[in-house]
Ligand binder design. Sequence first.
Ligand SMILES: NC(=O)c1ccc[n+]([C@@H]2O[C@H](COP(=O)([O-])OP(=O)(O)OC[C@H]3O[C@@H](n4cnc5c(N)ncnc54)[C@H](OP(=O)(O)O)[C@@H]3O)[C@@H](O)[C@H]2O)c1
Length: 231
Amino acid sequence: MRITVFGASGPTGRLLTEQALAAGHRVAAVTRRTGSFPLRHDHLEVVGADVLDPVAVDTAVEGRDAVLSTLGVPPGREPIRTYSQGVAHIIEAMARHRVRRLGVVSSSGVDPHPYPDAGFLFNRLLLPYVTRVAGRTLYADMRRMEALVRASDLDWTIVRPGGLYHLPAVTAYTVVEGHPDGRFTSRADLAASLLALLDGDRYVRRTVGVVTTADNPTLLRWLRHEALGTR
Ligand SMILES: NC(=O)c1ccc[n+]([C@@H]2O[C@H](COP(=O)([O-])OP(=O)(O)OC[C@H]3O[C@@H](n4cnc5c(N)ncnc54)[C@H](OP(=O)(O)O)[C@@H]3O)[C@@H](O)[C@H]2O)c1
């Protein structure tokens, strides 16, 4: 297949690009920083585009069979629009070029719920703080993105991972409709779950969670590596 990957230079996007190339697909990897994109392959085209630029997005989507987005921005106090505006441009371009299959990464934080294996501190303090305070503008924009995707008549799937972490290889991850119990998702598994969407229409017009149960980090380790950026 000919696939466009948005967010291809991020840690998940790079894994997705590698996995897609290894599976024999042709990949258009979209980044704003083409010069520093680390991968090279005969079936890889590195496309420079800001998702806030509809013309650039149109070029990145034209002539493809599917679009996968691992686009992401850090949380912050300022209003965030990248997810919703970016996806709006992607949807418009896909409709224009009759590209039907879309997979987008959102987050379990969009619809938070307590986890049975997490304690009081996580469920009643950390989770509300992350989703309603520190990540308030980010999750608000992810919700706008999800609403735009659902309102489209594309063959879409919204994929909601939990806290992302690094594992060296894909594991036996689970894909769940509704609220998953697991709190973590490895980036390799997230990438694999996105690529697997292209194998059939099982999750078309569905919102799914992806959970990794192997080698989950402790909450402290995850906070140190991911939330505080000391990886
Ligand atoms: N961290 C977590 O625990 C967690 C949990 C749940 C969900 N998520 C979500 O999972 C996804 C993947 O996360 P990640 O850590 O692998 O990636 P990421 O670092 O959040 O970002 C991926 C890429 O998005 C691109 N991007 C940002 N703004 C853009 C723009 N205006 N135009 C074009 N590209 C733009 C950037 O590439 P360039 O700068 O090269 O353009 C960046 O490398 C994100 O949506 C994230 O929000 C993360």
